[in-house]
Structures are given as structure tokens and as C-alpha cells.
Design a protein around this ligand. Sequence first.
Ligand code: SIN
Length: 325
Amino acid sequence: MTTRLTVLATGGTIAGIAGNAIAQDYRAGEIGIEDYLERVGGLGLEAELSGRQIANIDSADIGPQVWNSLHRAIVEALQDQECSGVIVTHGTDTLEETAFLLDLTLPSTKPVVVVGAMRPADAVGYDGLRNFANAVRVGCDANAAGRGVLVVMGDRVFSARDVRKVRTRGAEAFRGFPRESIALVTPSTLEWFGAPWNDRDAARFAWSDDLPPVEIVYVHAALEADAVTRQLGEGTRGVVVAGVGEGNMPEDVRTVLAQCAADGIAVVRASRADEGLVDREPEDDANGFVAARALNPQKARILLQLLLAGGETDPAALQRAFDGR
Ligand code: SIN
């Protein structure tokens, strides 16, 4: 039986052009989906591909508007009996945020694979073709369902919860934390490390096209409380602290944020460290703070936005949701 995959394109370096095989500068989001499918048409991939352009932009510009269109298009594709899975092409800079948002809001009954590239399409050593061929290999595998949204980069498969971009150069730019990659993939082989774990046929969170404003406060030596107050505008509903070490911050900043929590603004402590794991500390109860556990600040922000959009503001309930990740 033919496997039919829907490819939803959003831009990024995978669709980027430099105009010169060795140039450093390039423009992300230049190749359209029809052109892209023609380019991969000669690879002999095992799936029948159909494509749709959702956006064609640098992923630094991705936000709620593109997320809404992308989510709607994926839901539509997954409901189509003929469609076995979805591949999303995406810039690598914010790929982890989009993948995690989709992971929290989509059912896990068919594979959804997000893929990008570190080098533009006309560069020597373009990694986009191989990553794309690998993504097709994953999308064709029935065992890819039930593992949540997957990210394919550098011959590895990561779960959306764990994946993070850790390098700005080279094709091996992604890692997983706390779990490393969950499979190794090439265009013709796929080896999973373990069985599917979350065979769910419903999304964990309802989709929201009105995500509430949540700020990330980046902590550094000598961060002043006034700078934090200036950053938090009138409408702020939540704050994620990219804290030093295990979600720590200067005492004056802690005082300001404890007051925010007392005023009903959700405050989540995450870590700015690459492999940050933030547990609850005894003062969190009195301060009304939530610990982000293994989520980095940008992913903690996505989860907090979904929780707030669903009407959840109680710190204990927020903590349970973060513990569940
Ligand atoms: C982007 O994220 O859109 C540009 C960088 C990349 O895709 O690697």
C-alpha cells in the first residue's frame, strides 16, 4: 500500500538560498513547496508526497498567526483517511517551540515529523535533502505514531519535549535533554530505542488561537529588580524566569516576582543552563512559584501559555502540569 504524507512548509534554511555554494549569508524561506517537492522527487522516496505552503519565512518571525494556520492544516491532514502522516518543514531557530506546541495540542495517532536544515539548499553540503529523506523514512513508519511530535535532524530522531538547538553551526546542531535521541535514522533505515510511550488519541491541551502574554526574564549577574519591573507590561499573565543554576535569581528580583505571583501572575522558575533541571525549593510554596523541571525557558513559556489559555492559574495545578512533562 502506498504511504501518503502531507508536507506543510513554513520556510527556514531548509528552503533557503544563498546564490553561491560557499557563501555565508543567505535568505531563509525562498524555495516554494512545489519547487521543493520537485527537488526531492528524484530521490526515490518511498512515500507519495503532497504539499502545502503555510508560510515561507525565517523562523524568528514565527508566532501565533502561523501556528494557527499550521495547526489547522495538520488537523485537517490527520483527519484525511488517505493521509498516513505529516511532515512540517521549519527553520531551525524556533523549531523546538513549534514542535513542542504541536506535541501538546495534537493527537498522537499518526506520525507528525518536524524537520529543518542548517545549510541553504544551494550550499555545498546541504543537509536539507538528507534530513527530509530521513523525515520521510520516519513518517512512513507505523511505529512513529504514539511517540508524540518528532523532530528529525542530523540522522537522529528526537521527541519534541526533549529537543533543543544547541549549536549555530554544523549539521549536528540538535540534542535531546533529558532524553537524548530516541531513534537513529537514514533514508533507508530506522532504529527506535524503546517502544512508543504515549499512545493517545486525543490532544493533551485544547488549541488556543489566543495565547496569553507570557514574558521570559533572563537572569544574569547584577540583574536589577527595576529592569524586571520595566520588562513586565500591564497585560502580562505569566513570567518564566530563565534563572541562573537551578532557577535562581537575585533576592530583589525574587521579591518583585513573589509580589507578581501574589497579584495573580503565574511565575515559573526555569534555568538558563543548557541542561537545566529545576526542582521545587522550600520557598516556592510561600512565593507562589512553579518549578519548570526539565523544560527550558522557551518551552516552559509555551506550556504556561496553554495552561493559562485553558483558565488554569492555581500554582499547585500549574506545578502538576509541569511535573507531568
Ligand atoms: C530559521 O530558523 O528560519 C533560520 C535558521 C535555520 O533554519 O537554520
